[in-house]
Design a binder for this molecule. Sequence first.
Ligand SMILES: Cc1ncc(COP(=O)(O)O)c(C=O)c1O
Length: 394
Amino acid sequence: MSVPSGPSTRLIHHPYTPPVGFNAPQPGVFKASTVIFPSVAALQARNWKDKGGYTYGLHGTPSTFLLEERIATLEGGRDTLLVPSGLAAITLVDMALLQSGDEVLIPDNAYGPGKELARQELSRWGITHRFYDAMNTDALAAMISPATKLVWLEAAGSITMEFPDLPGLVRVARSRGVLTALDNTWGAGLAFNAFDLGDGLGVDISAHALTKFPSGGGDVLMGSVTTRDTELHLRLKGTHMRMGWGVGANDVEAVLRALPSLSLRYAAQDAASRVLALWWQRQPQVSQVLHPALEGSAGHAHWKHLCSQAAGLFSVVFDERYPRDQVHAFIDKLKLFKLGYSWAGPVSLVVPYDFAVIRPASAWRGPLVRFSIGLEDVQDLQDDLAAALRSSFG
Ligand SMILES: Cc1ncc(COP(=O)(O)O)c(C=O)c1O
């Protein structure tokens, strides 16, 4: 073919390729929908099942493969799939493993939108669900029926922070031949190894909201699903592929950039959170501080048995004699703590919850406030809390 003369063609099909072998601490970013095959034979021989090659941007680029491998290593698994959010990770597991007539068991203190997914979508598709008391292994054993195909786990539980007997729950599910999936966002692959809980026990699937600690910036939404068993991975991967759940290269880049500081941030946020949780225990307005690393918190012994660390996250229950409005006024007075959902980013966050909505069966009554501790200096955070408490409670 003659040398193209049109300006667009000359730019689009420019012959220069940079030399290979460029090396730098941060990996390159690869963006693609189309992946170019060298020949029809190569296109026809494409294989989506492993990382032996590339087929289409949705199913893998060097950037997504790299992040998948790093998350698999972080979690102690073998294979990881990336999805557009932590909630999408939960959805992927449910959609890949359940069908009409099946039942899924979900902890009553699980992440709320995952429960809502079961109430709304799964039930429309003929998949039933029941919520179990995550602190009662026998209760789970009694609930498993021939229809039960999946048991969700979460440690610590969302908002109320109970730490379950994870190995005990896994043992029960495994003894009945039921798959287990853990929402591992709190542990982040650091506080404990979900695939190795001791005594040869481990979860089958770890779902992780990379939005939280792995991103660390409060500026990315992403999730992952990690497994050790190849067959199970391929089941999940098939659904992942057919649902078209891709992630953007810029977001992948942001998470790859944040991973080297993950364990430092997790430890710093853990340390600051414990200082503040202990401070809250000394405040007379509060009847209970919910943090699994504190003596007296639900499941503290299970946390101690399994974990070396804790996420920078806790809740406080105000004494029920205080009206909700007074607690809301306290929140509105905070300057450094920002009012908003999510956690594990650099900015400390606060959200009020109503037990009547999140845990209608709970014995607690007082207003609950959840704190996510960021990376600010802990004394400044404590001063912020103290000032807001003084001005709203006197
Ligand atoms: C425990 C837990 N799992 C999953 C999610 C969902 O993550 P995302 O916000 O990325 O959908 C969240 C979000 O707050 C969470 O707290």
